[in-house]
Ligand binder design. Structure first.
Ligand code: FES
Ligand code: FES
Length: 380
């Protein structure tokens, strides 16, 4: 049954009838011909489709139209007469903050939201807030400079330039905004994990525990051996081993971004305590991202006889295009997804089978698994 929606788009009331499961981006582009809203990943990752809904930025590619009945939408076309947007457009131009311009409507929407919400943000805050918008050709230096420029203009003008309010402030009763919640359920079929994600001394620190259906002695024999354990980690491979040194790689697919981190590291195992430590670093030559970190792992008896409880602590920092993986919100789902796959593969190997064929780690697959888990949880 088609849904009939009442929307206010760029100040004009309109009614559209669309099939169920239509996304807001399709309504804007295909029904209202507002093609300034761009579509790229269509998975909620790149931010190209960002528009303002009831004063907040939303990903229109993953916003169901039937959740928007009664909403007030501002697209890039609707900001034509907005004075803050005029300053941002001018600053983007002066700071060379765009080349092809594909990401620019989404960037401008997010930039306006930053200018509206922050009095005097430092560069790290601006970059953090921008990390949900991907620019594939220009880079972020000019974009950050443009935002700083507009905020600087406001400060120089003092009381004459108030911090702008978000574009719209009405909240329709029928629309419940999405509030991120901590993931409490591992998306893959492995046992539940527990732990925390935090930022410490410039590094992201992830602590997790998970259960394996095999006794600690067997699990430790597997975990202590990089050659055997590497195929259990999605996308990972060990290319050579020399004493306590290894050379290896991890492949990641992030929509249009393909990253292959090649690197090296060392590891040390304490068999008596069944604990180990691995440290390493690597870079992705094409994407110019760089990662370095440490992993500590221990194995102990599980709650049930014949099972194990494995605890891991991962400390890392990423620079470059994939730096958004430093964000705790994204890391939480990412780590749970990897651990779910990893624990399931370990159990298969310990039962005498083989881990699935080496695959690149698809972040979209991970995001989809996280969203499915959330959807199931919300329905229960
Ligand atoms: S197209 Fe919507 S986030 Fe990429
Ligand atoms: S300007 Fe080309 S993708 Fe950002």
């Amino acid at each position: 049954m088609p849904d009939t929606l009442r929307l206010t788009v760029n100040g004009e009331a309109c009614t559209v009838t669309v099939p169920p499961r239509t996304q807001l981006a399709e309504v804007l582009r295909d029904h209202l011909e507002l093609t300034g809203t761009h579509l790229a990943c269509e998975q909620g990752v790149c931010g190209a489709c960002t528009v303002m809904m009831d004063g907040r930025p939303v990903r229109s590619c993953i916003t169901f139209a039937d959740a928007c009945d009664g909403a007030v939408i501002e697209t890039i076309e609707g900001h034509r007469d907005d004075s803050v947007m005029a300053r941002l457009r001018d600053a983007f131009s002066r700071h060379h903050a765009l080349q092809c311009g594909f990401c620019t409507p989404g960037m401008l929407a997010t930039a306006r939201d930053i200018v509206a919400r922050f009095e005097d943000p430092d560069e790290a805050t601006i970059r953090h807030e921008l990390s949900g918008n991907i620019c594939r050709c220009t880079g972020y230096v000019g974009i950050v400079s443009a935002i700083k420029d507009v905020i600087g203009q406001r400060r120089t003008e003092g009381g004459h330039a108030e911090r702008p309010a978000p574009a719209i402030v009405r909240q329709p009763a029928s629309f419940r905004t999405f509030e991120p919640a901590p993931t409490t359920e591992a998306p893959a079929k492995a046992a539940a994990s527990a732990g925390s994600v935090s930022a410490e001394a410039g590094r992201t620190v992830v602590r997790r525990e998970f259960t394996l259906a095999h006794p600690p002695a067997e699990v430790w024999v597997l975990l202590r051996d990089p050659i055997r354990v590497a195929p259990c980690i999605p996308g990972a491979s060990v290319e050579s081993l020399d004493g306590d040194r290894f050379i290896g790689a991890v492949e990641i697919r992030f929509g249009p971004i393909r990253a292959r981190f090649g690197g090296h590291g060392t590891f040390r195992n304490d068999d008596a305590r069944q604990e180990g430590r691995l440290s390493g670093e690597g870079d992705d030559k094409l994407g110019k991202s760089r990662v370095r970190g440490e992993l500590q792992y221990t194995v102990a008896p599980g709650a049930s006889p014949g099972t194990s409880r494995a605890a891991v602590e991962l400390r890392f920092e990423i620079e470059g295009m994939l730096a958004q993986f430093n964000r705790p919100e994204l890391v939480t789902g990412f780590v749970d997804y990897i651990l779910g796959q990893f624990a399931a593969n370990c159990d298969v190997v310990l039962a005498g089978g083989e881990a699935g064929p080496a695959r690149r780690l698809s972040v979209f697959a991970m995001l989809w698994a996280v969203l499915k888990a959330r959807f199931r949880r919300d329905r229960n």
